[in-house]
Design a protein around this ligand. Structure first.
Ligand SMILES: Cc1ncc(COP(=O)(O)O)c(C=O)c1O
Length: 476
């Protein structure tokens, strides 16, 4: 009998019931927190509290405009403080991690040789921490990860010695495996070679306490929607000098000191990169999440995750044919993001089955990390389960039990691939009774497939001609 573990913090929707294909309803098990985490109750309460105070910010003369401006700027301080910003660091409110990294990519300065600064990344990165550098002026050197942490660090060192780089941009925790390189080592190696370090904190910041000041990392980016504040804000925090003179991220009002017909004097950061009306509510929500996470007792978050991850990995390893994806054999202290493959079975079908027959939400595909999945031999994708502060052991046990049943007996319902997406044939599940929703869940999934999400299987396994193959594989 499973033993439910108490959530670390209450989240909105933890008791939401969802329909199954057999007509029953169950409490939704959200094991897709790495993609987007539910709002903390404290975040939702804070948003409800400040909404009546909301008004235009920065240039409004009204009383509520001044209140909103104060709320926005106080949120900025809280968000920076949460990631250990140094006195001289700047906190820029962005939309998400992708936005933050694209912004930073426009601020990498030219080197002493007058050449645009080059950026070094690993092939384990999420596309958000790869593509902005590849198309930046200086371009990117992509280092292929090695089997061990030590060998990968050696490869970084060798590459940095071979050619000057302005920046090492590295994941704080992989969105595929939850693993990471030891940041202290990366910082030392990069700084010794004269390069700065930017950490993609999308999967680190929600899962572990992190401090720029304590680690010596130069920049960190993260997303509100992964940090229990799904209100459209994220952040880039770090050294002011590059951000004060770098290319303004967006051209527009609020980012300037003075504009003439033929010239413009840009403001320094953060205003320089925040043109347009800022997302006040998003920033307030993210700050509320930061406050709630920071108020947890020392070690509580790590303990909660360690228990859940251990249960997840042990459970998955006990299911015949399940293989856990690892980037490094010897990495330590991964966050609770676990990707696995059910050998011989299509990950899309497994994920559809978990949802339709068990009310469990996971993610399948290549997780916007195509180079890593290709190198590790998972071009056809895999399945990812990820937990958060609201997850219980019971939910993890439900996943393991459902997978064991799948491997033993296969799915009960009938599934088909529609526009590249696995769905239940004649899916009877209704959408919730919310204004504007009509049709079936399957219809929504199919629409996504039609939009051509590139995080699914590699092209060779998709497209109309391959659907039959995918179905065959799934039926094996
Ligand atoms: C490690 C990592 N980096 C970057 C991103 C991009 O985050 P966002 O979609 O919030 O911009 C993600 C999203 O899954 C991620 O997991």
């Amino acid at each position: 009998m499973s033993r439910p573990a108490a959530p670390c913090l209450p989240v909105v929707g933890s008791d939401t019931r969802v329909p199954l294909v057999d007509g029953r309803t169950v409490t939704y098990a959200n094991l897709d927190c790495a993609a987007s985490a539910p709002a903390l109750r404290a975040v939702a309460d804070r948003v409800a509290e400040v909404l009546p105070l909301y008004a235009s910010v920065h240039r409004g003369a009204g009383y509520l405009s001044q209140v909103s401006t104060a709320l926005y700027e106080a949120s900025r301080r809280t968000i920076g403080g949460f990631v250990g910003a140094r006195e001289e660091d700047v906190t820029i409110i962005t939309r998400n991690t992708t936005d933050s990294l694209n912004l930073l990519a426009g601020c990498v300065p030219t080197g002493p040789d007058g050449e645009p600064g080059r950026v070094l990344v690993l092939d384990v990165e999420h596309h958000a921490n790869l593509l902005p550098w590849q198309r930046s002026d200086g371009g990117a050197t992509v280092v292929v990860g090695r089997e061990s942490v030590a060998a990968t660090l050696d490869a970084l060192r060798t590459e940095l010695a071979a050619a000057p780089h302005a920046l090492v941009a590295i994941t704080g925790a992989s969105n595929v495996t939850g693993e990471s390189l030891p940041l202290a080592d990366v910082v030392r190696i990069a700084h010794d070679a004269g390069a700065r370090v930017a950490v993609d904190g999308a999967q680190l910041v929600p899962h572990r306490p992190f401090s720029l000041a304590a680690t010596g990392v130069d920049y960190v980016s993260f997303s509100g929607h992964k940090t229990y504040a799904p209100f459209g804000a994220g952040a880039l925090v770090g050294r002011r000098d590059w951000l004060d003179v770098g290319r303004p991220y967006l051209a527009g009002g609020g980012a300037v000191r003075q504009v003439g017909i033929d010239d413009v004097a840009w403001a320094p950061a953060p205003a320089r990169h925040e043109a347009g009306s800022p997302n006040v509510v998003g920033a307030v929500a993210l700050a509320a999440a930061c406050d709630a996470l920071a108020a947890l007792p020392d070690g509580a978050l790590e303990r909660h995750e360690a228990v859940l991850r251990e249960r997840l990995v042990t459970g998955l390893e006990g299911v015949p044919g399940v293989e856990i994806v690892r980037a490094w054999a010897d990495s330590v202290d991964p966050v609770a993001v676990v990707t696995f493959s059910v050998v011989g079975h299509d990950p899309g079908l497994v994920a559809a089955y978990l949802s339709a027959e068990h009310g469990i939400g996971v993610r399948d595909g290549r997780f916007c990390a195509h180079p890593l999945l290709a190198r590790l031999g998972y071009d056809a994708g895999a399945v990812r389960a990820s937990v958060g502060v609201g997850t219980t052991l019971d939910e993890v046990d439900r996943l393991v039990g459902a997978l064991a049943a799948y491997v033993a007996h296969g799915p009960t319902a009938r599934y088909e691939v529609v526009d590249g997406c696995w769905s239940v044939v004649d899916d009877p599940r209704p959408l919730p009774d919310v204004t504007g929703l009509t049709g079936l869940v399957g219809t929504a999934a199919a629409a996504l497939g039609a939009a051509g999400s590139a995080c699914g299987p590699a092209p060779a396994a998709t497209g109309p001609a391959q659907h039959a193959d995918a179905v065959e594989l799934a039926r094996v």
